[in-house]
Design a protein around this ligand. Structure first.
Ligand code: PLP
Length: 453
């Protein structure tokens, strides 16, 4: 069978049998999905043999890069020893214990306990149930509202999608569920109007104060937010945002949940985004980079205040997943953390590759299509605009998708969120590879610009 016909057969079988996530099925039927067959380092290959620089680390997760034999060996060894056991009903196993201890050693101050899940969405489902249980245990069951942000992303389960602020997701399936409300996001480029970024950061944070007063502080359980919104378009809040949020939270007795599913495990150049922004979360949902995506796994890191109530007053927490703390995933996560530590990958991001990316990425702002080029750590975004001054977009709303196609066809994965192009490469990317990434991005911008002129 030729390579081409095997790709076509795979695409046909995929079309016939797979309903893929976050996919417009009509568009897919016309075109066929790209078949990815292998990965090594920061590159992936498709079934036609094309080599592609994976600027998104899969889905923001392959932090140590593809093809790490140590992770394969860790999984194989654990599968031979104990492929499955659970943490229910007073049983446990070594990989889960060791992993929880290791995570506690890198977590922000005052976080010592871990509730394991199978994904980021399950982590946020756990958050919802845990914060309500926390307040109910203390005789405050009415404290159940959770405030989140428009255009935030917290997963695809019913709780995750409700906590998230994605309008198209809410429109399918009658979401959000009750007792969840959303405030505006700190997206200066898109929504800052005539305010300066700093003014807008304060304004956006003050919306939390307003919302708490509207609902009544006695009814609010928690505020949940990503340190940097990922899926919303790598929205890096203005410098005034988090300090103002901290001031607001200090006025009320409300839990802070920092969703670290993307920012966790080194993405910002710190172990967690909370450390980058100097936040003191009560709960931290994590996933993705925890295993570098080699196996599905998530967790909620639990701060001392919540842990104390759960363990001393909570009774049985009627919540858990078959794969909570899965031993093979835990063994892989442990090895992944060992790699991140031993190879000083997080430090390298902070001291070398993140500053280098910031400098190189900023150079793209001279392109006629680019209204803003921003990065923090190894997260980056480009705003594609018709007019740099007014930040006006091109009509049709498909400039980002066009650019994404040019990227893919030229050997680069960049994701389009509307007309915002985003990157989140593996944390092992080198400065030379950043040069390659930026050159490929510029090539795609040129091709997009040539079509639009
Ligand atoms: N939270 C954030 C911030 C995410 O970016 C994601 C996924 O992209 C999730 C939660 C959901 O994670 P999962 O897809 O593993 O369920």
């Amino acid at each position: 069978m030729t390579q081409a016909s095997s790709t076509q057969n795979l695409q046909a079988d995929s079309r016939d049998h797979v309903l893929p996530p976050f996919t417009d099925y009509q568009a897919l039927n016309a075109k066929g999905a790209r078949v990815i067959t292998k990965g090594d380092g920061i590159y992936i290959w498709d079934s036609e043999g094309h080599k592609i620089l994976d600027g998104m680390a899969g889905l923001w997760c392959v932090n140590v890069g593809y093809g790490r034999q140590e992770l394969v060996d860790a999984a194989a060894k654990q599968m031979q020893e104990l492929p499955f056991y659970n943490l229910f009903f007073q049983t446990t196993h070594v990989p889960a214990i060791e992993l929880a201890k290791e995570i506690a050693s890198i977590a922000p101050e005052g976080m010592h306990k871990v509730f394991f899940t199978g994904s980021g969405s399950e982590s946020n489902d756990t958050v919802l149930r845990m914060v309500r249980h926390f307040w109910a245990c203390q005789g405050k069951p009415e404290k159940k509202w959770i405030i989140s942000r428009l255009n935030g992303y917290h997963g695809s389960t019913v709780a995750g999608a409700s906590l998230g602020g994605m309008k198209p997701m809410h429109e399918q399936g009658d979401l959000p569920i009750p007792y969840i409300d959303h405030i505006p996001q700190p997206y200066w480029f898109g929504e800052g109007g005539n305010m300066t970024p700093d003014e807008f950061g304060v304004w956006a944070a003050e919306q939390l104060d307003k919302k708490i007063q509207e609902i009544g502080a006695d009814n609010v359980a928690a505020f949940i937010a990503e340190p940097i919104q990922g899926a919303g378009g790598v929205i890096i809040p203005p410098a005034t945002y988090w300090p103002t949020i901290k001031k607001v939270l200090a006025k009320y007795d409300i839990l802070l949940v920092v969703d670290e599913v993307i920012c966790g495990f080194g993405r910002t150049g710190e172990w967690f985004g909370s450390q980058y922004f100097d936040l003191k979360p009560d709960l931290m949902p994590v996933a993705k980079g925890m295993t570098s995506g080699y196996l599905p796994m998530g967790a909620v890191l639990v701060g001392d205040r919540v842990a104390k109530v759960l363990t001393e007053q909570g009774g049985e927490f009627y919540h858990g997943f078959t794969y909570s703390g899965h031993p093979v995933a835990a063994a892989v996560a442990l090895e992944n953390l060992r790699i991140l530590k031993n190879e000083h990958i997080v430090t390298q991001v902070k001291e070398k590759t993140a500053p280098y990316l910031q400098k190189k990425w900023a150079e793209l702002a001279d392109h006629p299509l680019v209204g803003e080029a921003r990065t923090t750590g190894l997260l980056g975004a480009l705003e594609l605009v018709k007019d740099k001054q007014s930040r006006e977009r091109f009509p049709g709303g498909n400039t980002g998708m066009r650019c994404r196609e040019h990227c893919f066809n030229n050997g680069l994965v960049m994701r389009a969120v509307g007309d915002t192009m985003i990157i989140s490469p593996p944390l092992v990317i080198t400065c030379e590879q950043i040069d390659e990434l930026v050159a490929l991005a510029r090539k795609a911008l040129d091709a997009t610009w040539a079509e639009l002129k």
